[in-house]
Design a protein around this ligand. Structure first.
Ligand SMILES: [Zn+2]
Length: 77
């Protein structure tokens, strides 16, 4: 790296404290933990679905899968 390049790099870094080089962001990747899922039987189509625990209703016997929810919405429209 020449002196001119070093000066330019310094200027970029001064103007942008987060600037660490073109490949700097590679080290900043944070992997999100995979969400916990549960196998639930849909009350409409009786198919087993893997559902994120977060999105389950309190009463899992009343669970309606996304596909069935879509069809219900479609009928209304
Ligand atoms: Zn369903």
């Amino acid at each position: 790296m020449g002196r001119k390049d070093r000066e330019r790099f310094q200027r970029l870094r001064d103007g942008n404290p987060d600037y660490v080089g073109f490949r700097g962001t590679d080290t900043a990747i944070v992997r999100a933990p995979s969400p916990a899922t549960e196998t639930v039987v849909c009350s409409v189509c009786n198919r087993k679905r893997n559902v994120a625990s977060d999105s389950l209703p309190e009463d899992v016997s009343a669970f309606v899968c996304l596909r069935c929810q879509d069809e219900i919405d479609g009928d209304a429209g």
